[in-house]
Structure formats: structure tokens, C-alpha cells
Write a protein that binds this ligand. Structure first.
Ligand SMILES: Cc1cc2nc3c(=O)[nH]c(=O)nc-3n(C[C@H](O)[C@H](O)[C@H](O)COP(=O)(O)OP(=O)(O)OC[C@H]3O[C@@H](n4cnc5c(N)ncnc54)[C@H](O)[C@@H]3O)c2cc1C
Length: 285
């Protein structure tokens, strides 16, 4: 089912993000996680796309497992920074053959030291969105950044770029992870004021360990509310307490977002079924 069709019958969607294996040998364990996660009946499951594009076949394989064997709506991520235009067309053909009808279209980042194959490329996500729109068949999602994309010098400018992307054919948006709901509400107000009316799903990544949160902060520079900084400090030597506090915080964050009418919650599950299970148990719907 298409995500826009889901939105016609449900006001608030709950979705999970998973990442595909990088090798054949890792396939089995990831397949197990994906099967467990799908058993919790999310409205859709998205599958990330490797930054260098070299493992794109696994994105399709996992998305196809979700859609065709687990009977769950699948959203395949696709990035254009490291994938030439002719390869993009091939991927769209393969996704369509596999009846995967939702794509999250992004620019992506070029990994350090990565040599781009020869070919023509789309520079920004809006160009990829335009191409997929012309191709037809797919519902198209786009990424957005409540705390501004790290390469853009102002949130206002970033939202102008977002407007161009949405006007190019985006049906729904998924945010970068954030921990401060007020930042999200203020972003949403700005987005609507600019005339962007696409549904926005809030990206939530429950904190489960210190290493993970350190990495997130160094990559995205996300703001941490005092409550989060406090429990990170308090439980820095107690992984179990830290995980519990992280999951409790995610539940509180999601309940507040749902009560305030968010269009959907997209949980970055890190392929951990217990994370999704614990969060789902705690949220009020
Ligand atoms: C929900 C979500 C899922 C993700 N999944 C993946 C994944 O599976 N694989 C992966 O590799 N990465 C993924 N990413 C990361 C994403 O690819 C990076 O954040 C990337 O740097 C930006 O991609 P984008 O599609 O937002 O780019 P764009 O929308 O193209 O924006 C990139 C930058 O360019 C600027 N810009 C846009 N249009 C213009 C213009 N016309 N002129 C000048 N500047 C412009 C924007 O302001 C921004 O600073 C994900 C991010 C999110 C939020």
C-alpha cells in the first residue's frame, strides 16, 4: 500500500527504519530482526541506502522481503550523490518490478575517500524527486531537518530549499532525529508558514548507549535537553540504567508529539526489535 493511501485512513502513522546488510553473510541475522519488527504491525518500514551506493541491492532485497513476504508497506531509501543517473533508472525499474511503491529520495553524502564512478549525477535531492515524479508509479518522501541541515547557513534558507524539494513532487517528509520537541514544533510552524503542507513524520531515535549518542552528536550536532544530558551523566557507568532512561525518554517524547497532533512517528530502530517493542508498549494511541 502507498503511504499516501495509509494517510487517508489513519491520522497518525507509526513507522520503523531498518538498515540492510552489507554482505550476504549478514543477511540472515538482519532478516530475523526485520521479521520480528514487522510482527509489531508498523504502518510502514523504511530501509536505508548505503552512502556509497555499492550495497543498493540489499536495500531492494530487504524492502522486497518487507513488502512481498511480510505483507508490510515498504519505503526504500535512495540517494543520488554517489549513484549515477543511469543507475538510478535501473534501481527504479527494479523497485517497480518488486512492487515497492514508496521511495525516500535524498541527496546523501559522499563518504570520505570514496571515488565516484564516472557518469552524470543529480546534485540535490529536489532534482532526484523531479526525476522520480516524471518516472511515475512511486509515492515520494523527502528528508528534512528541524535543526537545519549542517551544510546550510540558516534554517530559513534550508526551508526555502525544502519548499523547492516539496514542490518538485514530495508527498511526505521525515525529519532528522531530534530530542527537543519544542525545536520540532517551531520548525513545523515555519514550514507551514512557507506554504509547505506535506505531512511531516517525526524521526525519533531512542538512546540506548553512550557510544551511539556521542556519534549522533558528532554527526548531526543535535541539541540535547537538560533532562537527557542529566541522565547521560548520571548513568554513564551503568549501561542498563542508561538504556532504561533512554527508552523512557523516547516514550515521553513520542506521547507528547502524538498528543500535539504529529502526522507520524518514524522510529530509528537500529534493527533492535526490543527497542521498538518497548517504545510501542509505552505509547498511548
Ligand atoms: C529521515 C532521513 C533518512 C536518511 N536516510 C539516509 C540513507 O538511507 N542513506 C544515506 O546515505 N543518507 C541518509 N540520510 C542522510 C541524508 O542523505 C543527508 O543528510 C544529506 O546530507 C542530505 O540529503 P537531503 O536529501 O536532505 O539533501 P538536499 O535536500 O539536497 O539538501 C542538501 C543540502 O543542500 C541544500 N540545498 C538543497 N537544494 C538547494 C539548492 N537548490 N541550492 C542550494 N542549496 C540547496 C540544503 O539546504 C542542504 O543544506 C537520511 C536523512 C534523513 C533525515
Amino acid at each position: 500500500m502507498r503511504i499516501t493511501e495509509k494517510l487517508m485512513v489513519k491520522d497518525q502513522l507509526i513507522s520503523f527504519e531498518v538498515f540492510p546488510p552489507k554482505t550476504d553473510s549478514a543477511f540472515e541475522s538482519i532478516e530475523w530482526s526485520v521479521r520480528e519488527l514487522s510482527a509489531y504491525n508498523p504502518d510502514f518500514m523504511s530501509v536505508t541506502y548505503g552512502a556509497g551506493g555499492g550495497t543498493s541491492q540489499y536495500t531492494t532485497k530487504i524492502a522486497s522481503l518487507i513488502k512481498n513476504r511480510l505483507d508490510t508497506t515498504a519505503l526504500a531509501h535512495l540517494t543520488c550523490a554517489s549513484t549515477p543517473k543511469d543507475k538510478i533508472k535501473e534501481i527504479l525499474d527494479t523497485l517497480k518490478e518488486n512492487h515497492i511503491d514508496n521511495i525516500l529520495a535524498m541527496r546523501g553524502d559522499i563518504p570520505k575517500g570514496y571515488e565516484k564512478p564516472d557518469g552524470e549525477y543529480y546534485e540535490y535531492a529536489y532534482e532526484l524527486v523531479k526525476y522520480i515524479k516524471e518516472y511515475g508509479y512511486f509515492d515520494i518522501g523527502g528528508a528534512c531537518y528541524p535543526e537545519c541541515h549542517p551544510e546550510c547557513d540558516s534554517l530559513d534558507k534550508d526551508i526555502d530549499h525544502l519548499k523547492l524539494k516539496v514542490d518538485s513532487g514530495v508527498d511526505f517528509l521525515i525529519t532528522q532525529l531530534f530530542y527537543d520537541n519544542d525545536t520540532f514544533y517551531s520548525f513545523l510552524q515555519k514550514v507551514r508558514k512557507k506554504g509547505i503542507y506535506a505531512p511531516v513524520f517525526a524521526g525519533i531515535m531512542p538512546i540506548t548507549n553512550i557510544k551511539q549518542i556521542d556519534r549522533i552528536i558528532s554527526l548531526s550536532g543535535t541539541k540535547l535537553p537538560c533532562e537527557v544530558s542529566n541522565f547521560l551523566e548520571k548513568y554513564k557507568d551503568s549501561p542498563e540504567d542508561l538504556e532504561k532512561a533512554g527508552l523512557d525518554f523516547a516514550i515521553k517524547q513520542i506521547n507528547d508529539l502524538l498528543a500535539n497532533g504529529v502526522n507520524g512517528i518514524h522510529i530509528y530502530t537500529m534493527n533492535k526489535p526490543y527497542v521498538a517493542r518497548t517504545v510501542l508498549k509505552g505509547i498511548t494511541r
